[in-house]
Design a protein around this ligand. Structure first.
Ligand code: UDX
Ligand code: ADP
Length: 475
């Protein structure tokens, strides 16, 4: 029998998805004990620090953890105990893109999902609802079910659900408090529907029941890929248009604003940028491409692949514009890059456009100084080492400096590049002081549309040469 009522939840994986999601479940369901487990001891230690220096920067998260840690929210490395005690288990482990073997560069590496599932099968002594929470390609739940069923014991039943997470980093807590929808996929059997009801009851503690959608297992899994692919496609579409704007004198902000008034299109997610990043968009689209190819749907695969290619093109186009504007060479010049995270309000750097830009600048033999308000320095070095394959870390360090403030980063710079839309870049820069400290001519490249038309004009009056994505020169 499946557990009659969910009173203990275990989440395997204390990362960007598992951590905030289960912390919010603990906050909203004081009657449920929530234990988040991870193999990574330093990550668990950070979740448990007395001064709440959590391993993830996410606005509002610390407040949630302060309210329930030690009450009904626990962080532990004892994965087996977490599994044994729980009625319901979220599997929130990482599913990176495979680096080698079949499907390398496209397919998701499911080794972490598989090993977590095998561990559940090995140590569980009572029935469990197992919820797939990581982004995984269609039909992973089926593999999980096969592993669990092949290893089930008497009186130990496993029901599998898919419950993809739609939170966006930087707004995760708000997204979890007020989700557009919660999606639960189950087998359409009596047991499957019963398990689905139990998870629904957990969310119904704070989510309007009309926003809790229940669908089949495969639809739920595909929805996650589809939602991210559609969102990323919108950005690639607006970025493709930004290239036309730059060449014609149109202004991408005005175009986005105007098309957004069409209620069928809507105003959100139409901000042209130096390229989308984050752990999901590229990975999920490549999964979709791989899935389509596996299903012999070549044209479908090509269609989605182009969304990622347009994103690569946008990053290349931007770094080329920097080089072209600086009189076709940046060798030996100083470039200040403001922002390293893939978007504002997160310390996450996965697939950040900033990494690609800096790699391009280093290949052109420029000197780069970097400032980001949240990303730890070790993370920056690690990302650059990975991205600049043929350059050793010593060579990278001889051309890159990490600075404590935006102003520091711009001292003696020939060009300033805005790569992340942090609020302090939008509102907190004293442009005159920055200008005074830079080499002349002083160039500004706005890859995040933080400078409106008037702001750009003000900077030009100070003396800056300003280039903004999606606007022609001089706009
Ligand atoms: C995304 C999805 O939004 C979320 O639903 C899913 O659960 C995980 O993937 P996330 O990657 O955290 O969330 O952030 P998101 O706000 O979607 O931004 C992704 C990237 O697109 C960022 O680099 C962002 O700067 C960029 N972006 C976003 C744009 O360039 N323009 C936009 O208009 C919106
Ligand atoms: P996401 O953004 O999907 O949350 P993260 O990489 O931030 O991804 O987090 C995933 C976490 O899952 C990591 O902290 C990793 O150590 C953990 N993890 C992976 N496999 C296991 C496992 N078998 N048991 C426990 N934790 C695991």
């Amino acid at each position: 029998m499946a557990p009659t009522k969910v009173s203990k939840i275990c989440c395997i994986g204390a990362g960007y998805v598992g951590g905030p999601t289960c912390a919010v479940i603990a906050l909203k369901c004081p009657h449920i004990q929530v234990t988040i487990v991870d193999l990574n001891k330093s990550r668990i230690d950070a979740w448990n620090t007395p001064d709440f220096k959590l391993p993830i920067y996410e606005p509002g998260l610390e407040d949630v953890v302060r309210q329930c840690r030690g009450r009904n929210l626990f962080f532990s490395t004892d994965v087996d105990k977490g599994i044994q005690e729980a009625d319901l288990i979220f599997v929130s482990v990482n599913t990176p893109t495979k680096k080698s073997g079949v499907g390398a560069g496209f397919a998701a590496d499911l080794k972490y999902v598989e090993s977590a599932t095998r561990q559940i099968a090995a140590v569980a002594t009572s029935s469990k609802i197992v919820v797939e929470k990581s982004t995984v390609p269609c039909r992973t739940a089926e593999s999980m079910r096969t592993i669990l069923e092949a290893n089930s014991k008497p009186n130990c039943r496993f029901d599998i659900l898919s419950n993809p997470e739609f939170l966006a980093e930087g707004t995760a807590i708000n997204d979890l408090f007020k989700p557009d929808r919660v999606l639960i996929g189950s087998l359409q059997t009596e047991e499957g529907k019963e398990a689905c009801e139990k998870l629904k009851e957990v969310y119904a503690n704070w989510v309007d029941p009309t926003r809790i959608l229940t669908v089949g297992l495969w639809s739920s899994e595909l929805t996650k890929l589809a939602a991210n692919a559609m969102l990323a496609q919108r950005i690639s579409s607006i970025n493709a248009l930004s290239a036309i704007c730059e060449a014609t004198g149109a202004n991408i902000d005005e175009v986005a604003y105007s098309i957004g008034f069409d209620s069928r299109i809507g105003p959100k997610f139409l901000k042209a940028s130096v390229g989308f990043g984050g752990s999901c968009f590229q990975k999920d689209i490549l999964n979709l491409v791989y899935l389509s190819e596996s299903l012999h749907l070549k044209e479908v695969a090509e269609y989605w692949r182009q969304v990622v290619e347009m994103n690569e093109y946008q990053k290349r186009r931007f770094s080329k514009r920097v080089v072209d504007t600086l009189f076709n060479t940046i060798t030996g010049k100083n470039i200040a890059v403001l922002g390293f995270a893939f978007k504002a309000d997160t310390g996450d750097t996965r697939e950040s456009a900033s990494i690609t830009l800096i790699r391009d600048f280093l290949k052109e033999r420029a000197n780069v100084s970097i400032y980001d308000p949240q990303v730890p320095h070790e993370q920056i070095w690690q990302d650059l080492e990975e991205a600049c394959g043929d350059m050793g870390i010593e060579e990278i360090k001889s051309s890159v400096t990490l600075r404590p403030t935006a102003l520091d980063a711009t001292q003696c710079a020939d060009a300033l590049v805005i790569a992340t839309e942090w609020k302090e870049f939008r509102e907190g820069i004293d442009w005159q002081t920055v200008y005074d400290g830079m080499n002349k001519p002083a160039f500004v490249f706005d890859g995040r549309l933080i400078l409106g038309l008037e702001e750009a004009e003000r900077l030009r009056r100070i003396g800056f040469k300003v280039t903004v994505i999606g606007r022609g020169n001089g706009m």
